[in-house]
Design a protein around this ligand. Structure first.
Ligand SMILES: *Cc1c(COP(=O)(O)O)cnc(C)c1O
Length: 363
């Protein structure tokens, strides 16, 4: 049984999965329409030449930028497509005018590879204060800190790779802007998943996760009135992928966005309620956190290799989840977690099956 009519519609727009796919945080399942756009453009490139084929679809790409921009609160002229979220961040950091030893404040859910990018450039990285055990940024404390000291910029993962906690980005942007500090937001896990109009200076993300576009496409948007000047250079690009992402965004936008966000929050709640208190596993978000990214800490004493083995065992049983090692969020601790990230087409039986499997692996 699907959680809603929208879940069934989401399922019907896609090929039948050969597995219980609970792994949108790695890569969502693309719709038949997305696959068709990709396929048709590759054929068109072979028919008339790739550059002519791109010119032919210029208006569609512009429409894709407009619709994606509407999701994140940016105009089409502020958006560039990239190969990945990582490439987007690199492009931004390379194009930013920063002092020699720049300071960046981050949340404790910061994505490990992003920290590597900061460290490689010699930035001083400092975690922002948290208000709860889940690593949520304490906006009031941040506001106080900003009265005494201002970093060159704040970087925040709206949702991290190893926690379903949704950071209060709009509030962070407000207090940061009051102090004249620009905010960059990693939306790789939030776009298509939770509301993403935040007023941030720079936002970037990827096509393949919750938007269920193709792999190999990312995007970056820089506000025209950004507190930090950034020039993002253009490069060779995957036009078929960008068109297919545009199809994914068009399909997403044809549904009531707020309804999608609400239903994904419902999927997350249902999943956490079902998995809460199973064996000695622990759900690592508040049950009603408004996201569909759910993480589970293993019973005490489990090593990372044991979590990997659990992931493999679940795959053998026909359930696809992630073993999230600590490199994904090094500031949040050493723990390896199981990450469960169902989309709208999840069926309750799949979560029941997961709960049963985890219970037998609990001790
Ligand atoms: C997946 C992910 C990224 C990286 O996205 P790529 O497109 O693979 O570069 C960055 N940040 C977070 C929080 C992610 O989950």
């Amino acid at each position: 049984m699907y959680c809603s009519a929208l879940g069934e519609q989401w399922h019907d727009a896609r090929v039948e999965p050969a597995i219980g796919h609970l792994d949108s945080a790695s890569a969502g399942r693309s719709s038949n329409g997305v696959i068709q756009t990709l396929h048709q453009h590759l054929i068109r490139e072979a028919e008339i030449g790739a550059y002519v084929a791109a010119d032919e679809r210029a208006a569609d790409l512009e429409e894709g930028r407009r619709a994606l921009g509407a999701l994140i609160g940016h105009g089409p002229e502020e958006i560039s497509f990239r190969d990945s979220a990582r490439a987007a961040l690199r492009g931004v950091l390379n194009g930013m005018k920063l002092p020699l030893s720049a300071t960046v404040w981050v949340a404790t859910n910061e994505f490990g590879p992003n920290l590597d990018e900061f460290e490689r450039r010699g930035f001083a990285v400092r975690p922002m204060p948290t208000i709860d055990v889940y690593g949520r940024v304490d906006v009031d404390s941040l506001e106080n800190m900003l009265q005494f000291e201002q970093p060159d910029f704040i970087h925040v993962c709206h949702i991290g790779s190893a926690s379903g906690v949704v950071q209060p980005v709009a509030e962070i942007v407000q207090v940061a802007h009051n102090a004249g500090v620009p905010v960059l937001v990693d939306m790789a896990q939030s776009v298509g998943h939770v509301p993403t109009v935040t007023g941030a200076d720079v936002v970037y993300g990827t096509s393949r996760k919750w938007l269920t576009g193709p792999r190999g496409v990312g995007f970056v948007a820089v506000r025209a009135d950004s507190l930090v000047p950034v020039s993002v250079e253009s490069s060779e690009s995957f036009i078929a992928g960008q068109l297919a992402l545009s199809t994914a965004v068009a399909e997403f936008s044809a549904i009531d966005q707020q309804l999608v966000y609400q239903e994904l929050a419902g999927v997350g709640r249902m999943t956490r309620e079902r998995l809460h208190g199973i064996g000695s596993w622990e759900v690592m978000e508040p049950v009603d956190e408004p996201s569909a990214l759910v993480t589970l800490a293993p019973p005490p004493g489990w090593q990372p290799a044991d979590v990997l083995a659990a992931r493999d065992r679940l795959r053998d049983l026909g359930l696809l989840v992630t073993a999230a090692d600590s490199w994904r969020a090094p500031l949040a601790g050493e723990q390896s977690l199981l990450r469960v990230s169902p989309h709208l087409d999840v069926r309750r039986e799949q979560i029941d099956q997961l709960a049963t499997a985890i219970r037998t692996m609990g001790y």
